[in-house]
Design a protein around this ligand. Structure first.
Ligand SMILES: Cc1cc2nc3c(=O)[nH]c(=O)nc-3n(C[C@H](O)[C@H](O)[C@H](O)COP(=O)(O)O)c2cc1C
Length: 315
């Protein structure tokens, strides 16, 4: 049987499947066995309690949903005292996602979250509806570098950095994050988008803009993972449009070491466990002994001389 385990820096995941931040909570244990997952990823936490954005916070489109939830939560104190212990009841490593509108507070939060039951800090520097100096630092190389440098100085925990697909040149941002001390890149957050209602001419979301999540985005994020993997040495977690085991394989062939899954879990809460089982079967049928054999194994060496050089480096 295939060995599904993967390493993300010093952290070993029993398989490359984990939930995406914000699309999951420990309460899923009522439906699936959380001990089967590669990691547990908590919803992004901020310092103060937040109600979140005005409603409606989600709207359907022809190709997925746009959403602007606004990071509701009970604040860091409640999170450390009550939510971390809920996750700590399970075996997979706990990844805690964090966001702040200032670099100083971001770093301070990372330090305060560096408690024993937390295994990884995921810096969500890519909130799509914020600006690049106020929480969406991943839109700009310099802000990314400054933010990750500050966080790195405050925590010894493994530091994963979630990038934005809305940045023009995600490769440069990825390199800035790596140079500043990131241990892993999570690619990517949601695509900034807009829906307008034709019955009342108003934006469909209370916050006007939202992030699009859809299986249709997988080829775009896959392209980003591929491009970034060629330019950085640290591991990558691909997030965007994974709905089946073959999508995991595709991300790994492009260079990802693991994937995160959001949307598919909304459609079917048992999807993550099903995908783990299907990935195991997919590898076994092909005699693949270790899933890590897939990482970066895309066969395109004969295509490197593609004259469209611009398409194979950053945009
Ligand atoms: C309802 C909802 C809430 C989300 N909240 C967060 C969040 O708190 N932090 C974060 O980094 N990403 C958040 N995301 C983005 C997801 O983590 C993920 O990047 C995105 O959904 C793309 O993956 P998918 O195509 O598998 O859904 C959220 C997505 C959805 C749909």
């Amino acid at each position: 049987m295939v060995d599904l385990s993967v390493k993300i820096g010093d952290i070993t995941l029993q398989n490359p499947i984990q939930p995406a931040s914000g699309a999951f909570s420990w309460e899923y244990n009522d439906v699936i066995d959380l001990n089967r997952l590669g990691a547990l990823v908590a919803k992004t936490i901020c310092r103060e309690p937040r109600l979140g954005n005005p409603t409606p916070r989600m709207a359907e489109t022809e190709a997925g949903i746009i959403q602007s939830i606004g990071l509701p939560g009970k604040g860091i104190e409640y999170f450390v005292d009550h939510i971390v212990p809920e996750y700590a009841k399970f075996k997979p490593p706990l990844v805690v996602s964090v966001n702040s509108e200032t670099i100083e507070d971001f770093a301070a939060l990372a330090e305060e979250l560096s408690v024993p039951d937390v295994d990884v800090i995921e810096a969500n520097i890519s909130c799509p509806t914020r600006n690049q100096t106020g929480g969406n630092f991943a839109m700009h190389e310099d802000y990314t570098r400054d933010c990750i440098t500050a966080i790195r100085a405050k925590t010894k925990k493994p530091l994963w950095v979630k990038l934005s697909p809305n940045a023009g040149d995600i490769v440069s941002i990825a390199r800035a994050a790596e140079a500043a001390g990131a241990d892993c890149l999570v690619i990517a957050n949601t695509f900034l988008s807009l829906k307008i209602r034709t019955d009342n001419f108003r934006p469909a979301l209370g916050n006007k803009f939202g992030g699009l999540v859809s299986p249709a985005l997988k080829p775009i994020v896959l392209r980003m993972v591929y491009q970034v993997a060629k330019q950085v040495k640290i591991p990558i977690i691909g997030v965007g449009g994974v709905t089946k085991a073959e999508d995991v394989v595709e991300y790994m062939l492009a260079g990802a070491s693991a994937v995160g899954i959001g949307y598919a879990g909304f459609r079917n809460p048992t999807a993550l466990v099903q995908i783990i089982d299907d990935l195991e079967a997919w590898c076994d049928e092909r005699g693949i002994k270790k899933v890590t054999e897939l990482i970066g194994a895309v066969k395109d060496a004969d295509m490197e001389s593609d004259p469209l050089v611009a398409a194979s480096v950053g945009v």
